[in-house]
Design a protein around this ligand. Sequence first.
Ligand SMILES: [Zn+2]
Length: 104
Amino acid sequence: MSADSVHPVDIVHHQASGQLDIGWSDGLQASISSHALRGACRCAACVKLRRDGLGPTSPDTTRMTELNPVGEFGLQLCFDDGHDRGIYPWPYLRELSSTHASEA
Ligand SMILES: [Zn+2]
């Protein structure tokens, strides 16, 4: 897909507000809340919950505790509810960025 050549150039995690700002090589700027990221988790458990219409649910106060790079693949995000199984590939973060684009 065409997003292959687009990559993140700037990633800032605002611990206090829980916002994750991502700047992309094509100029797209996004600010995604921890809450939204938690809800978008694609690990097997969360996918199942979503399929069953049960969630995943998280309060607005959800914060990320860790962001770990996963090679060239993407990011592993850990949340303060103890959930640390979410792997977010770059193309998926790009997709989320498109729906959470900030006015630049
Ligand atoms: Zn999950």
